[in-house]
Structure formats: C-alpha cells, structure tokens
Design a binder for this molecule. Structure first.
Ligand SMILES: Nc1ncnc2c1ncn2[C@@H]1O[C@H](COP(=O)(O)OP(=O)(O)OP(=O)(O)O)[C@@H](O)[C@H]1O
Length: 309
C-alpha cells in the first residue's frame, strides 16, 4: 500500500459523491446497496458459526504494577456473538483488563485464551492479526491522514503483499490496495461517516472521530471488537445513535466487549455484564441481575450516575 499521508495515497471519491448517490436511491436500490456494503464489510468473517460458544477466556488473570494489584485473579468468558459489558468504579481494573487482552500488558499470572489458544507472549500486532481489535479511551487516530486513509491502514493487518511487493507495486499489491479502498469506503458508510471520507481526521467532528476509530478497528476484521468508553463526551442523542451502531455491529456477526461509563447505555445495549471492583470480579450476569445485585449496588453507592462504570 502507498505510504499513508504521502500525498499519493488512496484516491478518495469526490466529496459527497457516494452520499449523493445513496440519497437518490429508491427503497429497493437502497436495500441492494446496503446488502453490498454488508458483504464488503463482512465478507471474510465466519458469521453464524458457533454463536454462544466461548470466543475469549480470561483465566485467573492477575496484573501487578509493583506493589499494586490492578487485576486480582479475574476470570470470565466472552461468548461469540454477544455484547459483553465490563464495568466498575474508577480504578477497578477495566482498562488493565483490556490491556492484558490486547498485549499491552502481560498478566503477572493467569492467561488469556482466544479460541482456546493462549495469547502467551504474542505482540500487539500479532494479537490484532489473531482477531482482537480495540479502540482507546483517548482517541488515537492518524490526525494528518484522511478518514479513508485511517481505515485503509487498518486493513494492512490482513494484507499478504510483502514490503518488496509493495515497493515494486506488483499486481497483487494493486489488487489489495483497490480492495482496501473499497472496503474502507464500505466501513465508513457502515459507521455513518462516508460523507467525510476525504477529510483529515483532525478536522472531523468529535463524534465522527469516535466512529472512525471503530471503522478502523473493524478494518482489521476482528473476531472480537473491544470498545473502551466509546461514548465518552457524547450527548444523549449521540449516545443513543452509538448504541444503535454497536447493536448493528453485533447483529452483523461481531463479538463486542464494551467498557462504558454510562450505566444507561451499558444496561441498554449489553447482553451480559462483568463487574470489577478493586481489581476483583464482584458480579457477572444479564443486565437485570446486575442492576439488582447487592455487591454492585454497594460498589456504586455514592458514585454519581455519570461516573458509573
Ligand atoms: N501502567 C500502570 N502503572 C501503575 N499503575 C497502573 C497502571 N495502569 C493502571 N494502574 C493502576 O491500576 C488500577 C486499575 O486501573 P485501570 O485504569 O485499569 O482502572 P479502570 O477501571 O479502567 O479505571 P477508569 O474507569 O478510571 O478508567 C488503578 O489503581 C491504576 O492507578
């Protein structure tokens, strides 16, 4: 792929072109177009396979920072096709858990298994290739690159062209680049920001940047998508829209792990919830059970609603 941001990067369709085209479609054309988008977005994933079986297992994981035990013997499963919420008061260990699952930290003891295989000492990049993608609490985009380029970079995790192939611009490289652009556009449309594909990430509105992070994570074709507070800084209407997007992502066959501070959002969108407090798992269950769980209520006593999760 051409170096991102080099000025010779992917050609972006004229601004508004795709959006204007979609706006003029009748219901039948629109349904066909949406099916095409879904096919590009989901083409290589095995969906409907073993839904409900364990995809990822966090097995007795402890993470220590010097004398501080940030995660203390935590175990839970993430099942294929579900949206699992990971909640807990500030400092409970949620991000540490994400980091242990995505290769940022190695567990001091215990292990994380994806499809029964221990992640062991796999690097972050290797873990992305194995199928775990994440977004960050603080948005991390390539700010000088366009929205489309940001997503195209995400598809690199799946490319087969060698560096030499890319430098020599072999036919395979051309083919992969074309497919990456097509897929990038489909993903931008999927998350609802295709109208700004040609804009630099830094110039996008905040809500678009958050959606772009999700599109970029999806571009790696993850089996598991981990979202770290994706609604941070959103107003209620934006949160509502985001819930819709997360549901669509799940309905499209992805498995989602969600850290979120907004309890209403967590209760409204997740299938199951795991609750951490002081690095330990204190509860696990469906939202209705968690809402009534005395240990969870106690953990959150005195915590303002906005600060919950
Ligand atoms: N790199 C680190 N070095 C030292 N201590 C850390 C590090 N990362 C996290 N911690 C500590 O580990 C504990 C758990 O932090 P973590 O960020 O995982 O919690 P959290 O549940 O994600 O909190 P928040 O909701 O505030 O983001 C905290 O006491 C935190 O200060």
């Amino acid at each position: 792929m051409t170096a991102p941001g080099s000025g010779t990067g992917p050609e972006v369709p004229a601004e508004g072109g795709l959006v204007a085209e979609v706006a003029q479609m009748n219901a039948e054309q629109l349904a066909e177009h949406e099916a095409e988008v879904a096919e590009v977005v989901a083409a290589d994933r095995e969906i409907d396979v073993a839904i409900g079986q364990t995809l990822l297992k966090v097995d007795d994981v402890t993470v220590r920072f010097g004398g501080l035990v940030a995660l203390d013997g935590v175990s839970f499963d993430i099942r294929r096709g579900e949206i699992l919420g990971l909640i807990g008061p500030n400092g409970a260990g949620k991000t540490t858990c994400f980091n242990a699952m995505t290769g940022v930290y190695r567990p001091s003891s215990g292990q994380v298994l994806l499809e029964d295989k221990p992640l062991g000492k796999a690097s972050r990049h290797a873990i992305t290739q194995l199928g775990i993608a994440r977004t960050f609490q603080n948005i991390r985009l390539f700010s000088e690159m366009t929205a489309l380029e940001n997503v195209v970079v995400g598809t690199d995790a799946r490319h087969k062209t060698s560096l030499v192939g890319a430098l020599l611009r072999t036919p395979r490289h051309h083919r992969e680049e074309k497919q990456a652009i097509e897929k990038g556009m489909a993903l931008l449309e999927f998350v609802g920001i295709a109208d700004r594909a040609a804009d630099r990430a830094k110039n996008l509105p905040y809500g678009y940047q958050r959606r772009l992070e999700i599109a970029r994570a999806l571009a790696t074709e993850p089996k598991l998508l981990c979202l770290d507070e994706p609604a941070a800084g959103f107003n209620p209407a934006e949160k509502e829209e985001l819930m819709g997007l997360i549901r669509t992502i799940r309905d499209d066959g992805y498995t989602v792990l969600l850290i979120e501070h907004d309890m209403k959002l967590v209760m409204g969108v997740t299938d199951r919830i795991v609750v951490l407090e002081f690095g330990k798992k204190i509860a696990e269950g469906v939202p209705a059970e968690i809402r009534e769980n005395p240990a969870v209520i106690a953990a959150y006593l005195g915590v303002p609603d906005d600060d919950v999760a």
